[in-house]
Design a protein around this ligand. Structure first.
Ligand code: NAP
Length: 363
């Protein structure tokens, strides 16, 4: 049997970091060998820091409980302990995260990141593997520009986009250009990390503001749908997106209510249903362990998808869509749902790492 690739987690004690530890416990290719967090946690056993704030429904995996946490600000500590890292850090500024992620890459340690710091670096791919797996090729230019040998940075997009980007991509791929999108998100509290939004702001309430989220929702699709030219990603010209982002009292699962306006070719509702149901995304031969078998699950009940009922589809990696109907303002509207800490965070990061391994960038 092949030996698994040892992997480190920056921000291992946080909401996303805990999800990495949970999801990687039986991973066939990767195993957690190193954990890092803030200087407050450094030097302590993982269980001693996290036990009282473990967010997942069961015990901390045995293989990680007694790992001693290192200071994530010192990349040299990772050398020899892991072959790549997942970054789930929350620092004071994006520039600090960028500098730190680059420092890992410079030491030959690839960084698969959940942070937003590098999303706008034009030679850093922002991956949703079912949509833009070809964007990994800009890593060659990135390594060359920095003089890095094995290290690089790859990122994933904002968590709320996952609820509708794959369905929109499937329609574009089938030849139906989406010109304008109107999106209202209903985002779970786990998206704000731990301890996150104060309970008195959240119980019996909705908060109609999430800092920076609307800008990300409106800009990130353009890079994800972009093309590769000269070692850089060139943003797509459209669709034009207007987003309203709301925090709602749901623990896990981001919902998005979406209206779409198409170009000259407009699909019927039956055609959209058929395209989504037939969509497979990644080539089967890649056989990535975290790739959902049915990336888009179409619900036909009048009141689905719902976070509590549908977020765990295909281990939380599938997107559920429903309420597909015509729109009096645009052409069609639907509701999309995805698990924000799995598909939108740690699970999405793991799928990115699997793609990078399959393409030879991680070994
Ligand atoms: P979180 O629960 O607040 O966890 C933050 C992590 O960063 C903890 O491990 C913390 O360590 C560490 N940290 C804090 N200050 C540090 C410092 N000065 N030096 C080194 N490490 C430090 O946040 P999260 O929700 O897991 O989010 C982590 C990252 O993922 C963020 O960049 C976020 O934007 C992104 N993200 C989150 C989601 C989501 O659904 N939550 C989705 C997509 C992307 P200590 O425990 O030692 O303080």
């Amino acid at each position: 049997m092949n030996k698994k690739i040892p992997v480190g987690i920056l921000g291992a004690t946080g909401a996303v970091g805990q999800n990495y530890i949970w999801l990687l416990q039986d991973h066939p290719w990767f195993e957690v060998s190193w954990v890092a967090a803030s200087p407050r946690s450094a030097g302590k056993a993982y269980k001693d820091v996290v036990e009282s704030r473990w967010l997942l429904g069961a015990n901390i995996p045995e293989s990680v409980r007694n790992l001693i946490i290192d200071d994530a600000n010192d990349p040299s500590k990772a050398v020899g302990k892991c072959r790549f890292v997942f970054s789930a850090l929350e620092l004071d500024s994006k520039d600090e995260i960028k500098t730190l992620e680059n420092a890992y890459a410079a030491l030959g340690i690839p960084v698969v990141s959940n942070a937003s710091a590098h999303r706008w670096t034009d030679n850093v791919p922002m991956l949703i593997p079912e949509i833009n797996p070809n964007h990994v090729s800009v890593i060659d230019a990135q390594k060359k520009a920095h003089g890095w040998d094995k290290g690089f940075v790859a990122v994933k997009p904002n968590c709320s986009l996952q609820s509708y980007m794959t369905p929109v991509f499937a329609l574009q791929q089938a030849g139906y250009e989406v010109k304008r999108m109107f999106v209202t998100t209903l985002q779970a509290v786990s998206g704000a990390g731990y301890p996150g939004v104060p309970s008195l702001d959240m119980i019996d309430n909705i908060v109609p503001f999430i800092g920076g989220e609307e800008e990300k929702s409106e800009k990130e699709p353009l890079k994800i749908f972009g093309s590769v030219s000269d070692g850089k990603i060139i943003n797509a010209a459209g669709p034009l997106v207007a987003a309203h982002c709301n925090r709602v009292p749901v623990i896990n699962g981001h919902t998005a209510c979406v209206s779409l306006e198409f170009g000259e070719r407009k699909p019927s509702l039956e055609e959209i249903d058929r395209i989504w149901t037939a969509f497979r995304g990644l080539p089967q031969e890649l056989d990535l362990p975290f790739a959902p078998k049915q990336p888009i699950i179409v619900r036909h009940e009048a009141n689905r998808p719902q976070p509590r009922r549908d977020r765990d589809e295909d281990k939380g990696m599938a997107v559920s869509v429903g309420r597909l109907r015509t729109c009096p303002l645009f052409d069609v509207r639907f509701v999309g749902l995805s698990h924000n800490t799995v598909r939108g965070a740690a699970g999405g990061g793991i799928l990115n790492a699997e793609l990078l391994k399959a393409k030879g960038y991680i070994s």
